[in-house]
Design a protein around this ligand. Structure first.
Ligand SMILES: [Cu+2]
Length: 276
């Protein structure tokens, strides 16, 4: 390498370091601004702590996929390093190395191993998608979710009694958006609908989101999903996950998980309101 080229490289590197640092700082501040981003933990593969039984299914599928991907990556890297260290071109000879074209056992191996890997991924994904999409129909709490530009209306039915709808408007903080109150350790069925554009119902702590598409008739299984809440009472952020117009980013809501007693009290007050 010529001395001039070395200096250019060094000065390039010198220029890049502060730029990278500035970018990192910008990213850190940008994340800090979003107050509704749940805490991600390396032990969970950077997913938020899940608050539904179904979230557990997603978490283990996620873990398994990463373990398989990392194991595959490790094997590939070891093979690359091994080949590049022990199978270098010998300076003395100009001959080609032994060619392995039309080597049937190796070709079968090339085909079978990826096929087996994809099949394993497919099996677990299909099994878990089926479990996540299952709706029994006997959930004690049913929530009709109506998405609109740019907020949500939640109408809860508990043991056959329908509460007053909770409707919101665009907000900057999810805590000011409409709040859906749900009891812990309970099966909840959601029915999603919209009259305007495509939205997407997303509660990060559920580790699940589902598009809300206009025109899907009532009773269609594509509108429904079901969760079983875990005993983790708290307030969780929810948002629209489909760019749906100018105030899409303010289409925020919250889900409050409460004890069954508190939920009964909530139902009582909501019913008193609906009697007016
Ligand atoms: Cu939306």
């Amino acid at each position: 390498m010529s001395p001039t080229r070395r200096t250019t490289r060094r000065s390039l590197a010198r220029r890049r370091v502060p730029r990278a640092a500035a970018l990192a700082l910008l990213l850190a501040t940008a994340t800090a601004c979003a107050n509704d981003v749940p805490e991600a933990d390396w032990s969970r593969g950077l997913l938020p702590d899940h608050v539904t039984e179904q979230g557990g299914i997603v978490q283990s599928l996620w873990n398994g996929a990463w373990i398989a991907a990392l194991a595959t990556g490790a094997v590939v890297i070891v093979l690359i390093v091994w080949a590049s260290i022990f199978h270098r071109k010998r300076k003395a000879s100009a001959d080609l190395p032994p060619q392995v074209r039309y080597n049937l056992p190796i070709e079968i191996l090339y085909t079978l191993i990826p096929l087996v890997m994809v099949s394993v991924f497919f099996f677990f994904t299909a099994r878990d998608s089926e479990a996540l999409a299952r709706v029994d129909g006997d959930a004690p709490v049913k929530v009709k979710v109506e998405a609109f530009q740019w907020s949500w209306r939640f109408t809860t039915t508990y043991n056959g009694r329908t509460l007053q709808p909770v409707a919101g408007m665009p907000v900057n903080d999810y805590r000011q958006g409409p709040q859906l109150v749900l009891p812990v350790d309970t099966k909840v069925e959601f029915d999603l609908s919209t009259d305007d554009v495509i939205h997407s119902f997303w509660v990060p702590a559920f580790l699940f989101k589902r598009d809300v598409i206009p025109g899907i008739p009532e009773g269609n299984p594509g509108r429904k999903f079901q969760i079983t809440t875990l005993n983790k009472p708290d307030v969780y952020a929810g948002r629209c996950a489909e760019l749906c117009g100018v105030d899409h980013s303010r289409m925020l809501f919250s889900v409050k998980l409460v004890s069954k007693q508190e939920f009964d009290q909530y139902v009582a007050t909501q019913q008193a309101g609906s009697a007016q």
